[in-house]
Design a binder for this molecule. Structure first.
Ligand code: GLV
Length: 310
């Protein structure tokens, strides 16, 4: 079967080597090989150009090299082919670790000590809040959100979740649902972790009203998608509320433009979309297992609910 691999990342060669090793009986092409795109049946992709997808008239499965699939759904030539997204324990661990690192940086006042170090100042201690006195609100309870929530709960934090629709499964922590409860969820959270995907419904969901509903002294961690956050509203809010902190891993436009004021704000931590980096070996293993499932059954269920858009 002809497989296309398309990945613009710096480590694409490493990916290609691992994929060829695992799919050793198959022909793996890159665009450089100039394959007959109409013969491609299975594609392993990240940020594939729209015109290439158009040429792949007979593609049966699109495999996302990440957990997110907006890079496929946003292509106008996408024709509802099944998409498989990565659901990988390594990525989940990385996400939970990243969220915990940002939470502890805030909780233990490490920013203040870092500033003091830069000024060579031996400052007085600041008593940190205990885990049991911190409520973390998680927005988005998918694979990564659920894992992160359970890790935080194990550490003794209070965890609450929020979903737009009524939860269909049981969670080990309270989950508020329905738009009318969003304010209550925000009022109750000392830290809000956004793990929502990019959809029409989530676009600029974090805007001035959302931010004003959060506690004045609180932390927002955005590890979902940049499109969910209105950066202009956030910048204004950060200027007015010096006790309000954000940790941003995703942005409306990536890489973040040098001219963006967020870079220089003292209540902002910026990381370059690294919260949950894909792990090559486990990802390739997962893809291969899905590929075998497809070969065995001749079809595969779409991971994406096309009505919800994620
Ligand atoms: C990263 O953002 C991913 O979608 O895996």
């Amino acid at each position: 079967m002809s497989i296309l691999f398309y990945c613009p990342w710096h480590n694409q060669n490493q990916w290609f080597i691992e994929i060829k090793k695992k799919f050793k009986n198959e022909k793996i092409f890159t665009l450089q090989d100039k394959p007959h795109l109409s013969k491609i049946k299975f594609a392993i992709i990240w940020n594939l150009p729209n015109n290439i997808l158009k040429e792949m008239k007979n593609v049966k499965v699109l495999f996302s090299l990440g957990a997110g699939v907006d890079h496929i759904l946003n292509l106008s030539n996408y024709r509802s082919q099944p998409i498989i997204r990565l659901k990988d324990k390594v990525m989940a661990e990385r996400m939970a670790n990243h969220v915990l690192s940002q939470l502890l940086f805030y909780q233990l006042n490490l920013n203040t000590y870092l500033n003091a170090q830069q000024r060579k100042k031996w400052i007085e201690d600041i008593e940190p809040i205990l885990n049991q006195d911190i409520t973390i609100g998680i927005l988005g309870l998918g694979f990564l959100g659920s894992f992160t929530s359970s890790q935080l709960k194990k550490l003794g934090y209070n965890v609450i979740g929020f979903k737009y629709s009524k939860p269909i499964k049981n969670y080990s922590f309270p989950v508020l649902y329905n738009k009318n409860n969003l304010k209550k969820f925000l009022h109750n959270s000392n830290v809000v972790v956004n793990m929502l995907p990019s959809t029409q419904e989530t676009k600029h969901m974090i805007n001035k009203f959302f931010l004003r509903a959060m506690k004045k002294k609180s932390l927002l961690i955005n590890v979902g998608r940049g499109s969910t956050l209105n950066e202009k509203d956030l910048t204004i809010h950060l200027k007015k509320n010096k006790q309000f902190y954000v940790s941003l891993d995703v942005f409306e436009k990536e890489p973040l433009l040098k001219s963006n004021p967020l870079w220089k704000m003292s209540n902002v931590i910026i990381t370059p979309h690294i919260a949950s980096i894909t792990a090559i070996d486990t990802a390739v293993e997962y893809m291969y297992s899905k590929y075998c499932e497809y070969l065995k059954n001749g079809r595969i269920k779409n991971d994406i609910n096309l009505v919800k858009g994620y």
